[in-house]
Design a protein around this ligand. Structure first.
Ligand SMILES: [Zn+2]
Length: 221
C-alpha cells in the first residue's frame, strides 16, 4: 500500500478512531482503492455526503496535493470514485465541497451544468473507461446561467440559456429552477444508450444534488 497523507490520516489527526471511521465512511478511502475494484455507487454517495458535512463544518480543509500523490497518479493512472457534472461558477468547486484530493473526482464543469454532446461524451468516458459508478449532476442555487435563462437573455449565451429555459418550462421559483435544470441534465444523461446500458448492467447510479451557494450544504435529491 502506498504511503500517503491521504483522507484517513489527515482527517484522523487529533480525532478518535471512531470519529475518523465515521467521517470517511466504512466502505471507502482514497488510500485503499486500488483502481481495479470499482467503488459501488452507494459507497461513493456516502463518501460525498460525509465530505460535504466536513466541508460545511470546516473540520479540515487540507487535501493531498503532494508531489508523491501527483507522481502516484501519473504512474498508476487516475481512479476517481465518482463523476460530477456541475456549473463553472467559481464558488462551486466539487473537490472542495466533497473534501477530495487529486484523482478522486472526475469533474465536468460548464456554465449552468447543462449536458450537451461534449458533456455527455465526457461522462461516458468517466463511466465506461474509468469505471465510476456514481454520476452526480450537482446544480446550485443563485446560478447566473439559470437567472439569465429566467430573464430571457439570449445573444452569446443563448447556447446555454435556451437549453436551461427548455428545462425550466414554467418553473420560476429559484430553488425549484435549480432542481429542474439539474434533473433535466440527469435525464439527458440517462437517455444516452451508453449510460442506459451501464445503469442496467453495471450498477451505474445517476443522481441529482443541489449545492446551497450561501452556506455550502449539498441536498442530495
Ligand atoms: Zn451556476
Amino acid at each position: 500500500m502506498r504511503p500517503s497523507k491521504g483522507w484517513r490520516s489527515e482527517i484522523g489527526d487529533g480525532m478518535s478512531e471512531d470519529k475518523t471511521t465515521m467521517l470517511v465512511g466504512a466502505d471507502y478511502t482514497a488510500d485503499d482503492y486500488d483502481g481495479d475494484a470499482h467503488v459501488p455507487a452507494d459507497a461513493a454517495l456516502r463518501r460525498l455526503v460525509e465530505g460535504n458535512r466536513i466541508y460545511v463544518e470546516a473540520l479540515d480543509h487540507e487535501r493531498d496535493l503532494s508531489p508523491e500523490r501527483i507522481a502516484d497518479l501519473f504512474e498508476n493512472g487516475q481512479r476517481p470514485f465518482a463523476c460530477v457534472i456541475t456549473c463553472a461558477d467559481s464558488r462551486v468547486v466539487p473537490e472542495h465541497i466533497f473534501m477530495t484530493g487529486l484523482g478522486e473526482l472526475f469533474v465536468i464543469r460548464v456554465a449552468g451544468n447543462v449536458v450537451g454532446p461534449i458533456e455527455l461524451a465526457s461522462a461516458v468516458y468517466s463511466c465506461e473507461h474509468l469505471h465510476t459508478r456514481l454520476l452526480l449532476v450537482l446544480g446550485h442555487t443563485h446560478c447566473g446561467a439559470i437567472k439569465a435563462a429566467l430573464d430571457g437573455e439570449a445573444g452569446p449565451v443563448a447556447a446555454i440559456t435556451e437549453r436551461i429555459a427548455a428545462a425550466l418550462g414554467d418553473v420560476r421559483d429559484p430553488y425549484e429552477a435549480s432542481v429542474a435544470n439539474a434533473r433535466a441534465a440527469a435525464a439527458e444523461l440517462a437517455a444516452s444508450p451508453e449510460l442506459t446500458l451501464l445503469v442496467a448492467e453495471h450498477d451505474l447510479d445517476i443522481r441529482v444534488a443541489i449545492y446551497h451557494t450561501h452556506c455550502g450544504v449539498v441536498d442530495f435529491l
